[in-house]
Design a protein. Structure first.
Length: 579
């Protein structure tokens, strides 16, 4: 971790916190040190904002490391990983660098414990700032440790389930970084404590509505809503809040409870309880609050800012970056990530039955007819209209045809549609119609699926936690998706085991290309080596299930490696078994 430390303090300034005159005044060698931070109002917050770096948003590219997709680029890191190159020196999924964000958060907490002033004009506002910023810092420290744990927890050579080092102080460049790993459960509990401490301090949401202010604030001796709003008003709504911290706590608890880790009823209980507490704050409460357009949150700017989104990044300048990477070649894209036949087969029929069920009426000669409407929304299949053109991946498909142009055309017979703005255009003359995009970190649909998985593992499909069952969640999601009602297939599910299969499949569809599948397969202990398959239309019929890539993960890849250079440098760090 020593290589992560910067010798020059990097400070990010918050607009309106420090004046332009202060910012523009020359500083020796153009460097800002800790004395400057502690003596100038607002500068300390710039240290905290380093904790907002390395947040993990939805990612279609990592899906190429799973059975959901392949990449048409030979040098794609996730493709190389899936084909057998994954090792302790080459790991595109490593998150060890998140320790840098943790160290800066710890530096901020150290500054906050000094006599730093964040607001010159009012003692009460200054104290409110300290409360909120401490809560943000603790939640961000928890979140970054969770990211690292998810990527690097594993079993030692002796079979012990290990977590990661939990760092709660700033370590100077010449300090001791030779820190041993905690046990897995000890790491989880340390993260939970930071989340819980943060939740106690943070506003549930940032709002100008006084009715939502927590008793923690209103019971303060000097409570004044106008002062509260200066610190915790809706202008802060993209910062870490109590609701966001609680939602990530639910994600952490589900991860810890999973079969590859603790397989624990206690953590399933924690996941379901925590998720339900947040779900019961939206809309009419529970699953009735799920947004009707939640499954297509990426299709317009208004959907990105709807109640489907728990946390997102700030608005990007209008662009067409992801569309340029993913659109089919005939509409001037690079077609980089190609959904697999495996993924397409996961979509049920419109009547809700899996295509493997005899009564589903699935016709392999017309494989996209009468399917779950999400298939048409998420995948460009042969014959689709998309991006301003008609896309054919079979005979007569030109540059869109399967394997037509190496590292350009699809290698699976499909192109990606999910996460792409349908109103973006990449014109033949090189001009573009750009649109606004956002990075999304967490949304309510995931939280509902966390609850469903945990509640079902506790006691089956109809077990309620805070008034919500797994069946309630899956029914609401499938009805929103357009599955024919009544949902007779869902009604036929009576066992925990059958509901588990259905929940995992719904999670696969709903959270597809958002960077979840790779981590789900690992925590479930599912095979990473399912052969990636494709499809081809030969002019008269479909050839389905064509082998595209044989995956080559070692059996111990459920637990990913710690970077080799870290293990070599710090002997107290024990590598995960096999690496």
């Amino acid at each position: 971790m020593k290589n992560l430390i910067k010798y020059t303090l990097i400070i990010v300034f918050v607009t309106g916190i420090i004046s332009c005159n202060d910012f523009l005044e020359p500083i020796d060698e153009n460097r800002l040190d800790i004395d400057f931070v502690t003596e100038n109002p607002g500068a300390a917050e710039g240290v905290l904002l380093n904790g907002y770096s390395r947040l993990i948003s939805e990612s279609p590219t990592i899906e190429a490391a799973t059975d959901n997709a392949v990449s048409n680029q030979l040098n794609n890191g996730f493709k190389r990983m899936a084909l057998g190159e994954l090792n302790a020196q080459f790991n595109p999924t490593q998150r060890w660098n998140n320790y840098e964000s943790i160290l800066w958060v710890n530096k901020f907490l150290e500054i906050l414990d000094s006599d730093v002033t964040l607001w010159n004009d009012d003692e009460e506002i200054n104290e409110l700032f300290k409360i909120r910023l401490r809560g943000e810092a603790l939640a961000l420290r928890a979140l970054h440790h969770f990211y690292i744990l998810e990527a690097h927890a594993g079993k030692s050579a002796s079979g012990e389930l290990l977590g990661v080092p939990y760092i709660t102080e700033f370590i100077e460049a010449d300090g001791d970084f030779n820190i041993p790993r905690l046990s897995f459960e000890a790491t989880v509990e340390a993260i939970i404590k930071d989340f819980d401490d943060a939740i106690e301090l943070l506003p549930t949401v940032y709002s100008d509505d006084e009715s939502v202010v927590r008793d923690f604030y209103t019971n303060r001796v000097n409570y004044d809503f106008n002062k509260y709003r200066v610190v915790n008003g809706e202008q802060l709504n993209l910062r870490m809040s109590g609701k966001i911290a609680k939602s990530f706590k639910a994600r952490l608890a589900l991860f810890a409870a999973s079969p590859s880790f603790l397989n624990s009823q206690n953590y399933y209980n924690l996941a379901a309880t925590t998720a339900s507490e947040v779900l019961n704050t939206i809309g009419g409460g529970g699953v009735s609050g799920l947004v009707s357009t939640g499954g297509e949150f990426y299709t317009s700017s208004s959907n990105y800012t709807s109640d489907e989104i728990i946390w997102r990044g700030s608005e990007q300048n209008p662009n067409a970056s992801i569309e340029r990477q993913m659109f089919p070649p005939s509409v001037n894209g690079l077609g980089r990530v190609n959904p697999t036949q495996n993924f397409v087969d996961a979509f049920p029929m419109a009547n809700g039955l899996p295509i493997t069920e005899a009564a589903s009426n699935y016709n392999p000669d017309n494989p996209y007819a009468n399917r779950d409407p999400r298939l048409e929304k998420y995948v460009v299949v042969n014959g689709s209209s998309f991006g301003g053109g008609n896309i054919n991946t079979g005979v007569g498909g030109g540059i869109d045809r399967l394997d037509s142009i190496p590292q350009f055309s699809t290698i699976s017979g499909y192109y990606l549609k999910k996460l792409l703005r349908p109103d973006v255009r990449l014109n033949n003359d090189g001009s573009t119609v750009d649109q606004v995009h956002y990075n999304v970190y967490l949304r309510y649909t995931e939280l509902a699926l966390i609850h469903a998985e945990a509640a079902n593992e506790i006691s089956g499909p109809d077990f309620q936690v805070n008034g919500i069952s797994a069946r309630d969640v899956i029914a609401a999601i499938r009805e929103r998706a357009g599955i024919s009602q009544p949902d007779t297939y869902l009604a036929s599910i009576t066992s925990k085991e059958a509901m588990r299969v259905l929940i995992r499949n719904e999670r696969r569809i709903e959270l597809s290309f958002e960077g979840q599948r790779f981590w789900d397969l690992r925590r479930w202990g599912s095979s990473l080596n399912e052969v990636a398959e494709g499809a081809f239309f030969d002019g008269s019929s479909y050839i389905l299930g064509i082998p595209v890539e044989n995956r080559n993960y070692p059996s111990f890849a459920i637990y990913l490696p710690i970077p080799n250079n870290e293990v070599l440098r710090f002997p107290a760090l024990e590598q995960n078994n096999g690496w």
